[in-house]
Design a protein around this ligand. Structure first.
Ligand SMILES: [Zn+2]
Length: 301
């Protein structure tokens, strides 16, 4: 048994994983604790409860979090988490539970989860891209997760896709994330003179609903997103040569609206030598369990 913990901006999910299946979960709030120590106490308490309730000992704990550095076990100034200082969460959880704990970046965790349990099984070279509030990525190259010299490799979302383009959350301009995140698609819809009323709905789902009803700006929004994402993915393929690219996250669930124009753009932009050697698919893991499975997979590294 392995414990997988997914640290989110508002809540965190703790799951017990047995051979690639999530068999029990608990959820605690991420915000609202006195400090990071109180949060770690609450996490450890949930871990103990899960183990006791299921009568199964856990051999390791994997924790996926934004801005987490796997080399150091530290969450580094995550903008969407309540603590502005560095939080050595792996050590804090390990001290409180007595169970070996590994911390990793959430996008890397998603890549590992897909590799061990989902659409990347059996492949030695894989690229996973998460499309949501942000755009994250994890690269598996020759059977290894790429961490880079300081533990922060794989920031495809902050690759410049438009020179002097939109301002990104990283304060630079023209990053892929500024175009194909939830915020990015919503901005594109407005720039295409879409109906502001539509954006009163949630995330990108509201644009997908409008597109399905024939809204021209909404349809065009997905085509534009496909063009930018196609450039980013084709460029990434040229660097590490994955056998498969897996898309994960809410936006990737927009179905044919995104995937049809994206497949076309991707194939068109791929360097010839990659044609027929790389495919582009969406995640094979259940949405509810993917982050926990990914966090659990961090312990197998
Ligand atoms: Zn950026």
């Amino acid at each position: 048994m392995i414990i997988g913990i997914d640290i989110g901006g508002t809540s965190s999910k703790i799951g017990l994983v047995d051979q690639g299946r999530v068999i029990a979960t608990k959820r605690i709030i991420t915000t609202g604790h006195a400090d990071e120590f109180a949060f770690a106490d609450a996490l450890a308490e949930s871990v103990r409860e899960l183990i006791t309730e299921n009568g199964q000992p856990a051999t390791a704990i994997g924790i996926g979090a934004p801005n987490a550095n796997q080399l150091t076990g530290i969450i580094e100034m995550a903008p969407n988490l309540p603590w502005k200082n560095d939080v050595p969460l792996a050590k804090m959880v390990e001290e409180r539970t007595g169970i070996r704990s590994v911390l990793g970046n959430d996008a890397n965790a998603a890549a590992l989860g897909e590799w061990r349990y989902g659409a990347g099984q059996g492949l030695k070279d894989l690229l996973l891209v998460t499309l949501g509030t942000g755009v994250g990525s994890g690269f598996i190259v020759n059977g290894q997760l790429v961490l880079g010299s300081a533990g922060n490799a794989g920031e495809l979302g902050h690759m410049t896709i438009v020179i002097d383009g939109r301002v990104c959350t990283c304060d630079r301009k023209g990053c892929l994330e500024a175009y194909v995140s939830i915020r990015g698609l919503r901005q594109t819809y407005l720039e295409l003179d879409g109906d502001p009323e539509v954006l009163k709905g949630e995330g990108v789902h509201c644009i997908a609903v409008a597109a399905a009803a024939g809204d021209a700006a909404a349809l065009q929004t997905f085509r534009h997103a496909a063009r930018w994402l196609g450039v980013g993915l084709a460029n990434a393929v040229a660097v590490t040569g994955p056998a498969r690219v897996v898309l994960f996250g809410g936006i990737s669930r927009s179905g044919d609206l995104l995937m049809l124009p994206l497949q076309e753009r991707f194939q068109e932009l791929l360097l010839n030598i990659y044609h027929g050697r790389v495919d582009l698919v969406t995640s094979a893991l259940p949405d509810d369990d993917a982050a926990i499975l990914g966090a659990a997979a961090l312990t197998t590294m």
